[in-house]
Design a protein around this ligand. Sequence first.
Ligand SMILES: [Zn+2]
Ligand SMILES: [Zn+2]
Length: 254
Amino acid sequence: MTIFGDYHTHTVFSHGKGGMEDNVHAAVNAGLKEIAITDHGFGHSFYNVRRKDYEFMLTERDRLQKLYPQIKIYLGLETNLLNFDGDIDISDDEAKKLDVFICGYHKMVRAGLRDFFEFKIPNLAADMTGKQSLKRKIKNTDAFIKAIDRYDIDIISHPSYGIEVFADKIAEAAVTKGTFMELNGKRVSMTDQEVEAVAKTGVTFIIDSDAHHPSRVGEVSLPLSVAKRVGIPSEQIANVDKLSCFLSQRRKSQ
Ligand SMILES: [Zn+2]
Ligand SMILES: [Zn+2]
């Protein structure tokens, strides 16, 4: 199994070490046919892309695309789930500018007072102490399902990372909508049993590096080994032995 495109990578515009061109260059060297630059969304506390930088990144994408015609370059964002209502740190207009719309849970996100006390702090505390709560797990799961319903999310990044959820229930919503569940190159936070349950829903997975350094672009040995161990067929992975086709792009061309 080989990936044809890496659709989740970071640059200096958020938490990464390289520039956009460094990631593109690394992707070309890794033999990839497509690369997405997907820095952290506007609401991240420390590593957010600034809105005016995003405008620059759009022009940089176009400049690089002319320089590197051998690879298709996407520009997206890894947006943040904000609360139990399934809100995300992006406006509908901003979402329309994304080539790839990733959404994930990150603990360090700027929150209003209610989201801070209801959602951020309890999940942060649970992650630090390992104290589980079925009620919160259900509410977290519902938050992702609401987000999937409301937005045209292409990829749910690193499911279960830092937050207790029923990943298979999120996958059920994802399969209806056409959203992909990620097997992440840095970490797979789901157990093999959870990955198996997610696979059984029939959802499509996607395998990405989540590279924070150009040298890690295309590095997906960890999620590939999980996919092999659990027995996920390549047909059920969006970018293995083929190029991915995203929900948000299909919506734009409709
Ligand atoms: Zn992330
Ligand atoms: Zn990431």
